[in-house]
Design a protein around this ligand. Sequence first.
Ligand code: UDP
Length: 251
Amino acid sequence: MARRKKIYEGKAKILYEGPEPGTIVQYFKDDATAFNAEKKDVIDGKGVLNNRLSEFFMTGLTQIGVPNHFIRRLNMREQLVRNCEIVPLEVIVRNYSAGSMSKRLGIAEGTQLPRPIVEYCYKDDALGDPLVTEEHIAAFGWASQQDMDDILSLALRVNDFMSGVMLAVGIRLVDFKIEIGRVYEGDFQRLIVADEISPDSCRLWDIETGQKLDKDVFRRDLGSLTDAYSEVARRLGVLPKSNVTKPTLIN
Ligand code: UDP
């Protein structure tokens, strides 16, 4: 088989040149990192679960008209996506306080916020992805005012969609991060949801028990990450039945 050209290797994914112009193959690795890659491990099966879950969320977004990069899943670990220019921002939406916001503002984890709060971090690992304001974004030209309006609207639509989908299976969407891509169509450019949406980039808590079903399980050593992600996939009906039920003997 012909060797594919690797375009980029990140902490959790590898990007290869796609089969058609304007496409990319996104490969989901089993590697887990936290605290800016200070904590690392290989978690068997994480890539397979995130490939499936990101497909599920992106397909749902397409169905409600939220533009995103997903084209189709290729196999267990790979999906074909639209090539785009990534806006150098991590767009974070929070419904409940947790993680860095709780630390920064001294708000107890799990406190419901009066409304969804959107934050922006500048994507730069060497700087630890610092929080920035719209003033920084405009002044340094990372995105225009029109882009910021579009990004806010995309972020809030993703939040409503994800919150509803999760609520339906007894999970609270505490917060999440998305990345935004720029695509060019003739003389026009537009912004789409890119990268991935998975338990790696969301905080998901069981509504009844508060059990964490996201990457905090790895960050805070709370048990098996694959079990947590499998539980999310199982509730959403994303895992093939054969993976969730043990074979039983019928007399
Ligand atoms: N997040 C992410 N990638 C990052 C930073 C944050 O996916 O590089 C997600 C994280 O999983 C959580 C949300 O964004 O769902 C908010 O993260 P927070 O700012 O609280 O940072 P953390 O506590 O993860 O350092």
